[in-house]
Design a protein around this ligand. Structure first.
Ligand SMILES: Nc1ncnc2c1ncn2[C@@H]1O[C@H](COP(=O)(O)OP(=O)(O)O)[C@@H](O)[C@H]1O
Ligand SMILES: [Mg+2]
Length: 335
């Protein structure tokens, strides 16, 4: 087989301007799969998220695409390139970014240093604040939905807007109404207490999930991991019980008191309360200054990288950890 034919068999043409590399899956989550792609004109590598369409229903990825386009230019948002529906698939083409925080946690023996946690916290609050300024709540804040830049390894990006929602009417600025009896949207492990209780999510809930994310990245686990239950509802109920009843010592372990204050603060916010993002960032910056005299951005993974040769393409193909990542839910041969 000649090389050209081989390349064609391993790639999918998208909109005449892009290739998708069928063998190069770089990630997957509950909804989509993400592949490596390339711009044919300038050779730039890109990321392509794919959703297989079911029963002609409106694809979730189309909704995500509209939000990603709307959020362009906001802090820590990947650049949008192109989107298209081809046969039974919807494709979202965007900026190629680096590994997610769960991947990095595994690379760092499942522990980040306190300096990394505080710096992450400050960058995350900044990103979430800017998302909220655009009237959007994320609703699935967790390690897998934050990635670092491919070259900018000191920069954090937020991804995956499939569950995100506008919490204000763009025309008159009105906040969505308080509701209860809602089913859980997001990931139970990182869900806020109010979300477990069925209350419509708002800005406070993104921040509560962010704090659980930071605790997880520091300790390598959360106290409600691995609870035994007969079904999903029982499991969610048990997670809620632990979240509501656990002592601060058991939840925060060796994390500084400032993190407890932040959790108390976000849990005390009203449904439509405007979080004091500056106060939250100030608490963490103060902690950083007190503990470390130099205030440049420091992340554990950059220290490790210094001693290793870093071939981005090799890193890309091993970026995802889950076994299921190897099994593609899509059959790209169709095209
Ligand atoms: N632009 C991107 N660049 C690099 N990796 C990405 C990109 N978008 C997503 N990923 C990887 O793919 C994984 C799944 O993508 P995500 O959008 O979160 O899908 P899902 O909606 O299924 O959770 C992410 O956790 C991340 O590791
Ligand atoms: Mg995701």
């Amino acid at each position: 087989m000649n090389v050209q034919k081989q390349v064609l068999q391993n790639t999918l043409n998208i909109g005449n301007k892009y290739f998708l590399y069928k063998q190069k899956k770089i990630g997957s989550g509950a909804f989509g799969e993400v592949f490596l792609g390339q711009n044919r004109q300038n050779s730039q590598l890109i990321a392509i998220k794919i959703e297989k369409l079911k029963n002609n229903l409106n694809p979730q990825l189309k909704y995500e695409t509209s939000l990603l386009r709307y959020l362009q230019g906001s802090e820590g948002i990947p650049q949008y390139y192109y989107s298209i529906k081809l046969n039974d698939y919807y494709f979202l083409l965007m900026e190629l970014l680096g590994p997610n925080l769960e991947n990095l946690l595994n690379q760092m023996n499942r522990h980040f240093t306190i300096r990394t946690i505080i710096t992450l916290g400050i960058q995350m609050i900044n990103i979430i604040e800017n998302l909220h300024k655009a009237y959007v709540i994320h609703r699935d804040i967790k390690p897998e939905n934050f990635v670092i830049g491919i070259n900018k390894k000191n920069k954090i990006y937020i991804i995956d807007f499939g569950l995100s929602k506008r919490f204000r009417n763009p025309k008159n600025g009105e906040h969505i109404p308080y509701k209860d009896g809602k089913t859980l949207v997001g990931t139970a492990k990182y869900s806020s207490v109010y979300t477990h209780l069925g209350i419509e999510q708002s800005r406070r809930d993104d921040l509560e999930s962010m704090i659980y994310t930071l605790i997880y990245l520091f300790n390598g686990n959360l106290p409600w991991d691995n609870l035994k239950a007969k079904n999903k509802n029982e499991k969610y109920q048990k997670i809620l019980e632990v979240k509501m009843n656990i002592s601060n010592e058991k939840l925060f372990k060796k994390l500084p008191k400032e993190f407890e204050c932040l959790l108390d603060y976000v849990r005390s916010l009203h449904f439509d309360g405007i979080p004091d993002y500056d106060m939250m960032k100030g608490k963490l910056s103060g902690l950083l200054e007190a503990k470390f005299s130099i205030d440049n951005v420091f992340y554990d993974w950059n220290e490790k990288k210094k001693n290793e040769s870093s071939n981005e393409c090799i890193n890309l193909s091993t970026a995802s950890d889950k076994k299921s990542d190897q099994e593609s839910i899509i059959n790209l041969k169709k095209n």
